[in-house]
Structure formats: structure tokens, C-alpha cells
Design a protein around this ligand. Sequence first.
Ligand SMILES: NC(=O)c1ccc[n+]([C@@H]2O[C@H](COP(=O)([O-])OP(=O)(O)OC[C@H]3O[C@@H](n4cnc5c(N)ncnc54)[C@H](OP(=O)(O)O)[C@@H]3O)[C@@H](O)[C@H]2O)c1
Length: 269
Amino acid sequence: MRKKKTIGVIGCGNMGSILVKGLLESGLYPASRIYISDTQKKKLKYFKRAGLQVVDNRRLSENADVVIIAVKPDAVEEVVSEIKEFLTPSKVLVSIAAGISTARIEKILLKKSVPVIRVMPNLNVRVRAGLLPYCPGRYADGCEGLVEKLLAPLGIVFKLSEEKFDAVTAISGSGPGFIFYIAENIKRICKKKKFTEQQSAIITSYLIYGSGKMLAETKLSPDRLKEMVSSPGGTTVAGLKVFEEKNFPEILKESIEKAENRSKELSRA
Ligand SMILES: NC(=O)c1ccc[n+]([C@@H]2O[C@H](COP(=O)([O-])OP(=O)(O)OC[C@H]3O[C@@H](n4cnc5c(N)ncnc54)[C@H](OP(=O)(O)O)[C@@H]3O)[C@@H](O)[C@H]2O)c1
């Protein structure tokens, strides 16, 4: 009989703990087949009570078929070096560290042909509506199905060539920050217009939630949806004219380019 797969997550901070919760809720792996480790044991208490296997990095890598690295980018090299003796070509190493290429991880592993997959989740995985672009490393052909199944409970998982990772980091990784910035300003305006705190919060969140839902569910283009609220001579057209006059598209383009350049700089560091 084939042995049932086990999974391990190294680093249970912001992202790691969301991944572990997603895995647990998906039911893909029962708690007893999920291994977790973190230098800060207090972060593991909740999971230990839920029946997960709390171990150290080495024991985790020895036992898990799929090892997910969710530590900060500057700790990746140390962690991969620590566990590399347990990684074999039959295992899969998944890294969510921003700016760390599959080649860089493969180099630390030296000549071992371990399948490495790089994933760039965004914050929205927290509400299971994340974007999770991934790219397989040079030995990871054939691991796509496993990774897609594993991450599907957290949002939309899609394959993307690694050369696009700085751009996708800027757009979908930093993107929630840009949208929240818009939300912050809409809420501020609501308050100035004397809406209550509660009204301002509801208007802001449902405006963005509902518009996102429209985009995702109707499958109509942003352009077409914009047209649907833009009757000639009406309020939306009057407001949009200011966006054009102040060159909002250029502001957005510049913001994304700055974020992309920063991602490139961090990748080189
Ligand atoms: N947060 C996001 O929105 C986001 C989005 C996409 C990708 N990511 C990537 O996800 C990764 C984790 O980010 P995060 O925000 O979740 O970081 P975090 O909250 O700092 O979580 C990382 C955890 O790993 C622990 N850790 C550090 N070194 C370790 C080691 N050698 N062995 C075991 N555990 C160790 C850390 O403990 P200490 O605090 O003691 O160091 C911390 O508890 C990063 O590489 C980041 O680039 C994050």
C-alpha cells in the first residue's frame, strides 16, 4: 500500500500559520500528518493543541514528503542548509520567500536534484481569496498537480514563468496594499462627509468587496463594468474626468514599476 503523504511547514508566522490553517481546513491532510516548526515555540501552541506534529526543522524535513519554507527571505539559506541532507528527489521543497529564486535554492542544495517550487502568495490568502502564482524549478516537472491541489484552498493557484516574478510581486503581492490605500482614503472622505465610523467602514469595505466580486463573477472586463456605471453627463463621468486629468494611470504605473524595481533589488541582495 502507498504511504500517505505528509507535509511540513517551517516558519509559522503570518504566512506560515495561514498556510497551516488552510491545510487543516481543507482536510487534505489530517492534523497528524502535518509537521510544523518555528524558532518561536509560542506560535505553535495552538497547532499543537489541534494535534499537529510540533518538531524541529530537521525532524520535519526527515518526515515530510512536502516541505514548505515560510521563513523570512534572509533566513532561507540557513534553513535550506540545515535540512538539505534530508531532501531527496522524491520530496518537494516549496518556498514562499519573496525574492528567492528556485536556482538560488537549488544552488544551496548543491547537486541534489530535489524538486523546488517557488510560490508568491498575497495577503488575501488569509480569507481564502489569495493569488498564488508559482513556478517549478529545474527538477520539479511533474510536481505541479500536487502543488496546485495543496494550495487551492487558499485562492487561485496558477503557473507563471519565473522571469515574471518581480512583476507579479509588484502587482499581486503589493497590490492589496495599493487597494487598501485607496480604501483608507475613501473611508477618510466618508468621515469628512459626516458619515459615522460604522457607516464609513461598511461603505468602504463593501464598495471594494462588491466591485471585486463583480469583476470576478461577471467576467466582464473592467472597461465594460466602468461603462455600466458611466451614463453620459452623469456623476461617475464627472468623477472619472478628474482621474484622467490628474493622470491616475501614470501614477499607478509608476507605483507598480517602483515596487517591481524594489523586488529586483531585494532579489539581488
Ligand atoms: N506576509 C506576507 O504578506 C507575505 C506575502 C508573500 C510572501 N511572504 C513570504 O513569506 C515568508 C514569511 O513571511 P511572514 O510575514 O510570515 O514572516 P514572519 O511572520 O516573520 O514568520 C516567519 C517565522 O519563521 C520563524 N523562523 C525564523 N527563522 C527560523 C528558522 N531557522 N527555523 C524555523 N523558524 C524560523 C520566525 O521566527 P522569528 O520571529 O524568531 O524570526 C517567524 O516566526 C517570507 O519569506 C515572505 O517573503 C509573505
